[in-house]
Every structure is written in structure tokens, then in C-alpha cells.
Design a protein around this ligand. Structure first.
Ligand code: ZN
Length: 339
């Protein structure tokens, strides 16, 4: 990375962890209520949802839900994590799947939780969530739209995205998948927003890292989302050693053993600084009566963190996973590869 550290000479003499915090101190995070220093991000759940609408790009829209009703349903879950010390929730619902920046702003203001929204398109599920222009435009044209959202705000709301959310099918990457990854690379180079890609298995993960390389984007700008679906830990360590973020982001009680095993392995390999955990939980679903069943965001605090400590992780490791790593990943920073 060429542009990662702003004050290397000062930081280098103070050790790696301080070096990271120096870096965070100088960087910013974009939330739905405005920019904050990355050092204020605090304890973070980096992949959750407050609203998801599965009806498809051709039918979704703000007419599908009543904001007040969603607020009433979702707010208690945000207040619950606030009590547990969480400061930030990254809301990963992309455009055409129920992204509603104004709703998120209301929830952020009412709860006091910092919320981050995104730009980008979700190309998995056969393109069901891609708007018509997504099939006809080039990666440059799509990037132009996403860069404009980042610079000018989303749909005149004055609310800016804080990361790029895309998704791809399982291997092999089809044309539309390649196109959104390329558009994400172009957008990253113009905005410094991190790329979060719904991916799952290793094959499409490494294909995407290949596309990043072609565009000169460092792997540290890439979050391998749903990496827990890949069974081979060797693939996770390989991608982490390249610099990518490895997200085990669908924590449920039945997955406890595997998440702990993964964390201990990453610690042993010296790669805990590339790991992100979350629930991928929530959400209000406009397709269901009264928004359906909402899955809360507390199981990591209640089950995973105690189990990680029991397994040998120290408080500084927990801070690494839930404070330093999210702030480092989501800080606005153009990350270019060396070659
Ligand atoms: Zn998700």
C-alpha cells in the first residue's frame, strides 16, 4: 500500500498497535449523520441489517414500507446493543434491496448508534437486485453513479455512503459479477471506500482479488464477506496474508465452535488483525406481516466473546476484533497495490 500510513516515521518507533491507532486517528469514517474520526467508531458490528426487501429491483421502492413502523420495530434492537457498549453498526443492505438512508438516519439519531450505509449493486441471485441500467452500462458508467453518490450524497438526501457493497455469484464469475467488481475497484480508487463483497467461497474470492490486482487496488481494500461459507481455513489465511479482510459474519450459537477455532488459528498465525466478526442479523422485511421476525444483535456479546476469552484471547484481542479492525477497514483511504 502506498498511501496507508500518514506519519510513518512517528508511528514506526512506537510499535504496530500504536501505528494502527495513529493511522485511525488521522482518518475518517462516513456515517449517515456525517463524517467522524475513525478513532470514534468504537465497538462495531460490521455486518448487520435493519431493513431488507427481497421483492426485486423492478418492484422495490420507498412505497413498500412505512418508516415509522420500521423505526418502532428496529429501534429497541439498537438500544440493546448500545447498552452493551457498541457505538457503530454497519448496515449492509444495498440499493434495490431495501437501502433507505433517511430511515437509517432517523434510527441513528433516535438510538445514538452510529450507522453506516453503502453504495454499489448486488449482482448475486441471477441479477434480481440489479436495476435495468446495471445490465446495459459499463463498469465505468456504474462506477460514475457510485462515485457521484459518494461525493454528492444519495438521492438528494445529503446522506453519504461509507463503503461499497457488492455481491457475486459462486464460481465462475459471470459478466455482471465481473462488472460490479470492476466498478467497485474504480469507485475505490476515486473515493477510498472499502469494498465489501458478498462472496462465500474461496474461488470467487480469489478471482475478485485478481480483478483488484488488475486495477492496482490493494487487497486491504477488500472484505471477503461470508468467508465462513468456505470450509478450508488455509484459504482464509492465504487471503489474509495477502492483506484482505476475512469476515465470518453470520454468527449463530450453532457456529460457536467453528468461529472460536477460526479466531484461535488466526491469532496463532498473527493474522487476527485481518478478521471481522458480525451476525448478519436483523431485519424488518416489508414482504412479511408487520415486518416478520427480527433477529437481534447480541449473541456475539453473550456467547462468542466469552468463548473467545475462554479459548485464550485477551481483552486486547477482543478490542482488535471489534474496535481496531472495523475502524481500519472502514476508514476512508485509497489503498493502492505496490506494483
Ligand atoms: Zn448481509
Amino acid at each position: 500500500m502506498k498511501t496507508f500510513y500518514k506519519f510513518p516515521s512517528l508511528c514506526l518507533c512506537l510499535g504496530l498497535s500504536l501505528l494502527i491507532s495513529c493511522n485511525i486517528k488521522e482518518s475518517k469514517i462516513i456515517t449517515v449523520t456525517g463524517e467522524i474520526p475513525a478513532s470514534s467508531m468504537g465497538k462495531t458490528l460490521h455486518h448487520e441489517h435493519l431493513l431488507v426487501d427481497f421483492i426485486g429491483a423492478d418492484s422495490t421502492g420507498y412505497h413498500r414500507w412505512n418508516k415509522a413502523e420500521v423505526v418502532e420495530k428496529a429501534l429497541p434492537y439498537l438500544l440493546e446493543i448500545k447498552k452493551l457498549g457498541y457505538k457503530t453498526l454497519v448496515e449492509c443492505t444495498p440499493a434495490y434491496l431495501g437501502r433507505d438512508p433517511e430511515l437509517l438516519k432517523i434510527l441513528a439519531e433516535k438510538s445514538g448508534i452510529q450507522i453506516i450505509t453503502n453504495t454499489g449493486y448486488y449482482s448475486a441471485v441471477g441479477g434480481k437486485y440489479i436495476p435495468e441500467h446495471g445490465f446495459t452500462e459499463t463498469s465505468e458508467q456504474l462506477a460514475e453513479r457510485w462515485i457521484a453518490e459518494t461525493k454528492n450524497g444519495i438521492e438528494g438526501t445529503g446522506i453519504h455512503p461509507g463503503f461499497i457493497k457488492i455481491s457475486v455469484e459462486r464460481n465462475p464469475l459471470e459478466e455482471i459479477n465481473r462488472k460490479v467488481v470492476e466498478a467497485a475497484c474504480i469507485t475505490h480508487k476515486a473515493t477510498g471506500l472499502v469494498i465489501m463483497s458478498h462472496t462465500g467461497l474461496a474461488v470467487p474470492a480469489f478471482q475478485q482479488l485478481g480483478i483488484l490486482k488488475k486495477y492496482g487496488v490493494d487487497p486491504s481494500a477488500f472484505i471477503w464477506t461470508h468467508a465462513h461459507n468456505e470450509q478450508d481455513f488455509a484459504k482464509h489465511t492465504e487471503a489474509a496474508k495477502m492483506g484482505a479482510w476475512i469476515a465470518f459474519d453470520n454468527f449463530t450459537p450453532t457456529q460457536l465452535g467453528r468461529y472460536v477455532e477460526f479466531a484461535l488459528l488466526m491469532k496463532k498465525e498473527g493474522l487476527l488483525n485481518k478478521v471481522l466478526f458480525s451476525h448478519d442479523a436483523g431485519w424488518y422485511d416489508p414482504g412479511k406481516p408487520e415486518g416478520g421476525k427480527f433477529r437481534g444483535f447480541t449473541e456475539i456479546e453473550e456467547l462468542l466473546i466469552p468463548a473467545l476469552k475462554k479459548g485464550g484471547l485477551e481483552q486486547k484481542d477482543i478490542n482488535q476484533l471489534f474496535i481496531i479492525n472495523p475502524a481500519t477497514a472502514f476508514q476512508v483511504q485509497i489503498r493502492l497495490s505496490e506494483s
